[in-house]
Design a binder for this molecule. Structure first.
Ligand code: SF4
Ligand code: SF4
Length: 165
């Protein structure tokens, strides 16, 4: 019970009852709450061994796609970079040379293709803008890292492994 005065607060403590002094009812009450939670459905999972299913609209790390013959689909047209609201995509185009038809699907390809994942907001506009089905957002979660540079994913990091030179 608290008695408020202008100058000080007086606290009158009622003496503890016998059951309060032996703590047993409180202990039993705590154990009952714990036991109740033991048999409830768990709210957590043992990540990374167990993973929760993603939402159907989840968008994760980007993948640069290849065609059915293993050739790079990207033609460095720049539409994905143009559609990107975060200006996260950078690329440099190059021309396919004779003898490289097994590597690149079209006459032009991306010699450099980078996505700055620190800028990316995973909106998926790049995927929608691509006329060649060359880039899509996968269900992989971006791993944590220690430096800003390590969040710049290069073409080698994004491209599905395929045909060798
Ligand atoms: S997902 Fe959106 S923000 Fe990220 S690179 Fe693609 S267009 Fe840009
Ligand atoms: S990923 Fe698609 S939109 Fe982007 S440059 Fe390559 S072909 Fe063009």
């Amino acid at each position: 019970m608290q008695k408020l005065t202008n100058k000080s607060i007086q606290i009158n403590r009622d003496p503890l009852t016998f059951s309060e002094r032996v703590y047993l009812p409180g202990l039993a009450k705590g154990l009952a709450i714990t036991l109740g939670h033991v048999f409830k459905k768990k709210a957590t999972v043992s990540y990374p061994e167990v993973k929760r299913p993603f939402s159907p609209v989840f968008r994760g790390l980007h993948i640069l796609n290849r065609d059915e013959e293993g050739r790079e689909r990207c033609t460095a047209c720049g539409l994905c970079a143009l559609a990107c609201p975060a200006e996260a995509i950078t690329m440099e185009a190059a021309e396919r040379k004779p003898g490289e038809e097994h590597l690149y699907r079209e006459e032009k390809y991306a010699a450099r293709y980078e996505i700055n994942m620190l800028r990316c907001i995973f909106c998926g506009y790049c995927e929608e803008a691509c006329p060649k089905d060359a880039v899509y957002l996968s269900e992989s979660v971006m791993p944590a890292n220690y430096t800003r540079e390590s969040f710049i994913y290069k073409k080698e990091d994004l491209l599905i492994p395929g045909n060798k030179k």
